[in-house]
Ligand binder design. Structure first.
Ligand code: AMP
Length: 215
């Protein structure tokens, strides 16, 4: 049965970047609930406007809504997935098991990182709104200032919720909820912890070799 990977870690700990690199290397489907929610916001519907209010504050969207969105966008029959940004709390972890994973071959990778370093990293994050490539103005800047290396687009944006005041709230919310989720997977014996403070390529090598051992 295909491997299903759950990425746990604070906002900005590198889950999205590593997921994108792994998609290129292996045949994973990458499911980011943050991306799915932002796509809803972009539609400008009344649901989108409500989601935008919650997300701009850095709070969590209600569990049932995110779970529905996740279910609509993933089909385990299609193969291996990376779940990025879900689960965010213990209730979501249990629902993911019962309603989506249902006994699949699962590992959780915990991206551990110092939170102050993270604030610095996240406030320097820029994302290409055309192709989704992720940059960091300090550690991984685009080669040509303001332009995406991958697609050449010039829409590198600083997400509203990546500004320092919102990040601080996102980290408070993360800290409140993450411990029980990590313990949940640890107690099942399927937790792998990696040092997300490492350089992007070093971290990638580590995760890649962990995955190769599981396949
Ligand atoms: P992310 O891109 O994963 O950092 O998510 C951005 C925002 O989307 C979060 O700050 C939450 O407001 C919302 N969000 C993403 N995933 C979830 C989730 N699993 N549960 C609740 N809210 C979520």
């Amino acid at each position: 049965m295909s491997l299903q990977l759950i990425f746990l870690g604070a906002p900005g700990s590198g889950k999205g970047t590593q997921a994108k690199m792994l998609v290129k290397e292996f045949s994973f489907h990458h499911i980011s609930t943050g991306d799915l929610l932002r796509a809803e916001v972009k539609k400008g519907s009344s649901l989108g406007k409500r989601l935008n209010d919650v997300m701009s504050r850095g709070d969590l969207v209600e569990d049932s809504l995110v779970l529905e969105l996740l279910k609509e966008n993933c089909d385990l029959e299609k193969g291996a997935h990376i779940f990025d940004g879900f689960p965010r709390n213990l209730e979501q972890a249990k629902s993911l098991d019962e309603k989506v994973l249902k006994g699949a071959n699962v590992r959780a990778i915990h991206f551990q990182i110092d939170l102050e370093a993270l604030i610095k990293r996240t406030s320097n994050r820029r994302i290409c709104s055309d192709c989704g490539s992720i940059y960091n103005l300090i550690t991984f800047p685009p080669k040509k200032n303001g332009f995406c290396d991958q697609c050449g687009g010039k829409n590198l944006v600083h997400r509203k919720d990546d500004h320092e005041d919102v990040i601080r709230n996102r980290l408070v919310v993360f800290e409140e909820n993450n411990g029980p989720v990590v313990n949940y997977y640890r107690s099942k014996g399927i937790l792998i912890t990696v040092d997300a403070g490492e350089d992007v390529d070093v971290l990638f090598k580590e995760i890649k070799s962990e995955i190769e051992e599981m396949l």
